[in-house]
Design a binder for this molecule. Structure first.
Ligand SMILES: Nc1ncnc2c1ncn2[C@@H]1O[C@H](COP(=O)(O)OP(=O)(O)O)[C@@H](O)[C@H]1O
Ligand SMILES: [Mg+2]
Length: 283
């Protein structure tokens, strides 16, 4: 049975979407069958995989609100072994439309049960709020991954997120686990990043992944090409970091050794010969 992982933090811009796109990609490249569901009306995960949001006819909205089968909404991506249920702007209304529905917190959990046996991992990208879409994700999930940006006030808001997770545990999903906290946009040239790293590890201990995601220009450029970093700059520091994060997560889960699928197996044309410049990050 597959594991459902929600990537959540009500703060925007902390690296949820970047983590979902790239962690999922490296899980798939390690041989896992992966489904990504984009629950953010902004659809950055959807476009991050190269799907043109203007051309999307069907989105997860239809499953959550209109009771359409989720399996009818799954589309392939350029990554072998990785499929996606896209977002659309109609999701922006879903928070309000969900409110009067029966079992409104459990709708995603219910529609996902049909698919959970078909994948090793189902990864949910949450919007930057603790509204009903995020609560649906936390109710459906086995575990949460929490990205924390290495900046001032990094821990601000975390207690609110943990309180929401505890509420969901108490009322909706008692088995919800915290899979791990991942530090993002780490800049080794600043004391601040090192301080945040130390502070977060002091508070959260072993919940924090050893792998730290560096601030990387390549990671921020990749979405504008509609490519995960594994297809855009597989030898960059950001790519190495997300590959390491996927390996660490698989190890925590006791997953079998990867049977090496490489992104270049089926990489779209135009990606090669693209690697000469150094990456903008270090560490
Ligand atoms: N490690 C990183 N290095 C540099 N830029 C990053 C990194 N992670 C994310 N970004 C950029 O920061 C912005 C916010 O990241 P995003 O993943 O969209 O956050 P969220 O989904 O939490 O709102 C995006 O422009 C993204 O490209
Ligand atoms: Mg996002």
């Amino acid at each position: 049975m597959g594991q459902i992982i929600a990537c959540a933090n009500q703060k925007g811009g902390v690296g949820k979407t970047t983590t979902v796109v790239n962690l999922s990609t490296y899980l798939a490249l390690a041989g896992d069958a992966v489904l990504v569901i984009d629950l953010d009306p902004q659809g950055n995960t959807t476009s991050g995989f190269g799907l043109d949001r203007d051309e999307i006819r069907h989105s997860v909205y239809e499953a959550i609100i209109e009771d359409r089968r989720l399996s009818d909404l799954v589309v392939p991506t350029a990554i072998p072994g990785l499929s996606l249920v896209p977002s659309s702007i109609s999701l922006a209304g879903a928070e309000v439309e969900l409110a009067p529905l029966p079992q409104r917190e459990r709708r995603l959990a219910r529609i996902l049960s049909e698919l959970v046996d078909s994948y090793d991992y189902i990864v949910l990208d949450c919007p930057p709020s603790l509204g009903l879409l995020t609560v649906n994700a936390l109710t459906a999930a086995d575990a949460v991954v929490i990205p924390i940006q290495c900046e001032y006030y990094a821990l601000e808001g975390l207690s609110q997120l943990i309180a929401t997770i505890n509420l969901v545990r108490n009322h909706l999903n008692p088995d919800l686990a915290i899979k791990g906290v991942v530090l993002t946009m780490y800049d080794p040239r600043t004391n601040l990043s090192a301080e945040v790293d130390a502070e977060v590890r002091k508070h959260l201990g072993p919940a924090v992944f050893d792998t730290v995601i560096p601030r990387s220009v390549r990671l921020s450029e990749a979405p504008s090409y509609g490519l995960p970093i594994a297809l855009y700059r597989p030898d960059s520091k950001g790519a190495e970091a997300y590959a390491a994060l996927a390996a660490e997560l698989r190890e925590r889960d006791g997953r079998p050794e990867p049977h090496a699928r490489t992104a270049s197996d089926e990489s779209p044309s135009g990606v090669e010969g693209n690697r000469e410049a150094g990456d903008g990050s270090s560490r």
